[in-house]
Design a protein around this ligand. Structure first.
Ligand SMILES: NC(=O)C1=CN([C@@H]2O[C@H](COP(=O)(O)OP(=O)(O)OC[C@H]3O[C@@H](n4cnc5c(N)ncnc54)[C@H](OP(=O)(O)O)[C@@H]3O)[C@@H](O)[C@H]2O)C=CC1
Ligand SMILES: O=C(CO)COP(=O)(O)O
Length: 336
């Protein structure tokens, strides 16, 4: 059994800490809020993120980052994309020996257009990084904490490191595969959030099943088009971290991205939507990044472009859908 530290006590960090503690790893959760550490240690709950879930007493939290880092040589980084650089910056002073970093965030940074593993590599000295492994796939925290069957992928170019993460998390309800295609896995996990926002908008407009199936399928086509041009393996996009996560996120009431899209489709403004949800909606920033990537790589991404116009240029969702439908005719299957 291992000592493991989980950085971030939102819904996913807490759910993953439960998997690890359930696998008998000595698991310490770090939160940047002292009152949340107290809530977890004293009341064994995390009401904001996982209401009505009783946490086991053996799951311990701290708001002391130095303690969290010294606890373990395995750091599971579970904060939103926009917090990664800040958390890395805070960790740097306490990191002395090499550690295995596992990240679980699903975003792309606008402007730098970096994936999470690239941000981690840039922010952390190579002297303290053993490997960076990404854990991604169709996995809503709300279902994982109920031990509903879940499959996920640990990806690293070094498959030994991916297998170490596989062994750490795997149990009878949490099945972990490995993949060496980090680019494909990270892009699939981040870009599905863009399409989930679009699927939510379609549902908010009451456009029904045909429209949603179209968004999922054509969304996968544009994710794959970009992902392959960026070096991802086409088969990865048909796998758990591509099609799998796209289906889970576009069709689930648990998805914050789908929910945000649904509210936008019903006419709410983006600011109101984000404040009502109160948890990270990664797809918003990633839509900006994906739009920039489509221009940089000269890859047409019509759904992403339409969503960019809705989110950032106040285009009416209904108008954006009308424009998508009357684009120039084309073949369904395009070669990468
Ligand atoms: N929820 C899920 O089912 C899944 C989520 N993911 C991914 O995991 C990542 C985290 O998501 P999730 O846990 O759901 O997000 P939540 O919104 O549920 O929680 C985010 C957590 O990060 C903390 N946080 C935010 N900013 C900082 C910061 N600057 N420093 C330290 N901590 C910070 C928040 O603290 P505070 O409470 O103070 O705001 C909160 O504890 C995302 O990239 C998401 O896409 C991946 C798979 C499944
Ligand atoms: O990535 C997720 C499930 O696999 C979570 O999606 P949301 O962030 O939309 O809730």
């Amino acid at each position: 059994m291992e000592n493991v530290t989980v950085l971030g006590a939102g819904s996913w960090g807490t759910a993953l800490a439960l998997v690890l503690a359930g696998n008998n790893h000595d698991t310490l959760v770090w939160t940047h809020r002292g009152e949340q550490a107290d809530e977890i240690n004293i009341h064994h709950t995390n009401q904001k993120y996982l209401p009505n879930i009783q946490l086991p007493e053996k799951l311990v939290a701290t708001s002391n980052l130095e303690e969290a880092i010294h606890h373990s040589d395995i750091m599971v980084v579970a904060v939103p994309t926009k917090a990664i650089r800040e958390v890395c910056g805070s960790m740097e002073q306490f990191l002395k020996d090499k550690k295995l970093f596992v990240h679980v965030s699903k975003g792309i940074e606008p402007d730098s257009l970096m994936r999470i593993s690239e941000i981690l590599s840039e922010s952390l000295s190579p002297d303290i990084v053993e490997e960076i492994v990404v854990l991604s796939g169709p996995s809503h925290a709300e279902e994982v904490v109920l031990h509903h069957p879940t499959t996920i992928t640990a990806a690293c170019s070094n498959l030994d490191a991916a297998e170490k993460v596989q062994d750490l998390f795997m149990n009878n309800y949490f099945r972990v595969y490995t993949n060496d295609d980090v680019v494909g896995v990270e892009l699939g996990g981040a870009l599905k959030n863009v399409i989930a926002l679009a699927a939510g908008i379609s549902d908010g407009l009451d456009y029904g099943d045909n429209a949603k199936a179209a968004l999922i399928t054509r969304g996968l086509a544009e994710i794959t088009r970009l992902g392959v041009k960026m070096g991802g393996n086409p088969f990865t996009f048909a796998g758990l971290t591509g099609m799998g996560d796209l289906i889970a996120t576009c069709t689930s009431v648990h998805s914050r991205n789908w929910k945000a899209g649904n509210m936008l489709g019903k006419g709410l403004k983006l600011d109101e939507v984000l404040s009502q949800i109160g948890m990270v909606v990664e797809g918003v920033r990633t839509t900006k990044a994906a739009h920039q990537l489509s221009e940089r790589y000269d890859v047409p991404m019509p759904i992403t472009t339409a969503l960019f116009e809705i989110l950032f240029n106040e285009k009416e969702p209904k108008v954006a859908v009308d424009e998508l439908m009357i684009r120039m005719k084309k073949r369904e299957i395009d070669l990468y």
